[in-house]
Design a protein around this ligand. Structure first.
Ligand SMILES: Cc1cc2nc3c(=O)[nH]c(=O)nc-3n(C[C@H](O)[C@H](O)[C@H](O)COP(=O)(O)O)c2cc1C
Length: 307
């Protein structure tokens, strides 16, 4: 029987044909995956994190396997925002898919400049990564202090024109709802969560950390329960749509994030093992919604019934 479920979702005014996005930094700018399938199958592409100027990223090794996930310390290797607009955006625009640019800045001003350029270039949404160090505040990550997170959000909103601004929250905090509330008050249109959890792995033969940067960000199936818990907490704390991510590799994982309160979901690390994972997640979600007798997948959002 053909699937009758309406798969469209509306994330802060951005309508996607299905709720499945791909997570920033795990999909490049889509070119490699475009060899496997039509990128129009995906709801939205969160492009690789951009900085104002090109970056080489951190020294290798910068990826390490862990039980149920990976650690990475890629360090925002990217060609810079101008090269994205000139070379990568036109490629992505060939497809019927929403393009979400992901940005990181050293200062609030850098976020503003990038937002202006990207809004003029006509991306569908800007995802503001606040899990990066603020050079002016002595390297403290924006995402760990409500006032810094709010400052970046205000700067992004002031320069993004009509393009919705989604702020990506770090899980490396005591209470993620404090940051979520600060960002919401500062005018964010949507929230995405979670970014990676800081971790470390040590080679017991050499006594050296496996990653050259010593520590890295943990992602993959191991982090799913943390992501579900944080989406649930944030959904209760603020009235903003949420793009949920962290360890999604199948429809059931995505459904958990939606039940917890996410409007849409993103698949990341799972694609390193299976490039088709976002398509499997989409189909799995549709099956779950149909099995539940829903007419629209959006009816999953926030439908958890806590004890
Ligand atoms: C190799 C790698 C690079 C990433 N780069 C970025 C990035 O540039 N910007 C960003 O906001 N998040 C970045 N992330 C975080 C992911 O977008 C996502 O939030 C996280 O990996 C959790 O989802 P997952 O478990 O499905 O991978 C990166 C993750 C990985 C594994």
């Amino acid at each position: 029987m053909p699937n009758q479920v309406d798969m469209t979702v509306n994330l802060a005014g951005m309508v996607m044909k299905n709720p499945v996005c791909v997570a920033s930094g795990t999909y490049g700018f889509g070119r490699e995956y475009g060899q496997f399938y039509d990128l129009s199958e995906i709801g939205g592409i969160c492009a690789k994190g951009l900085t104002l100027h090109r970056r080489e990223g951190n020294p290798a090794p910068r990826i390490a396997e862990t039980p149920m996930g990976i650690l990475n310390s890629v360090g925002l290797q990217n060609p810079g925002v101008d090269a994205f607009i000139e070379h990568e955006l036109p490629y992505l625009r060939q497809f019927d898919v929403k393009v979400i640019a992901n940005i990181s800045g050293n200062t609030p001003e850098e976020y503003g400049i990038m937002c202006e350029k990207l809004a003029e270039a006509g991306v569908d949404m800007i995802e503001v990564n606040i899990s990066c160090p603020n050079v002016k505040a002595g390297g403290l990550a924006y995402g760990t202090r409500p006032e810094l997170a709010a400052e970046v959000t205000r700067e992004a909103k002031a320069h993004a024109g009509p393009v919705p601004v989604m702020v990506k929250l770090s899980p490396n905090v005591t209470d993620i709802t404090d940051i979520a509330k600060a960002v919401a008050d500062a005018g964010a249109d949507a929230l995405s969560l979670i970014n990676t959890l800081r971790g470390m792995r040590i080679d017991v033969n050499t006594n050296r950390p496996v990653l050259k940067m010593n520590t890295g960000g943990l992602s993959g199936p191991a982090v799913l329960p943390v992501a579900v818990r944080m989406v649930w907490e944030v959904a209760q704390a603020v009235n903003l749509p949420i793009l949920g991510m962290g360890g999604v590799s199948k429809g059931e994982d995505a459904a958990q994030l939606m039940l917890a309160g996410a409007t849409a979901v993103a698949v990341g690390t799972a694609m390193f093992a299976d490039p088709f994972a976002p398509i499997a997640v989409r189909d799995g979600l549709a099956d779950i919604a149909q099995r539940k007798g829903l007419t629209a997948v959006a009816q999953l959002t926030g439908a958890v019934q806590p004890w």
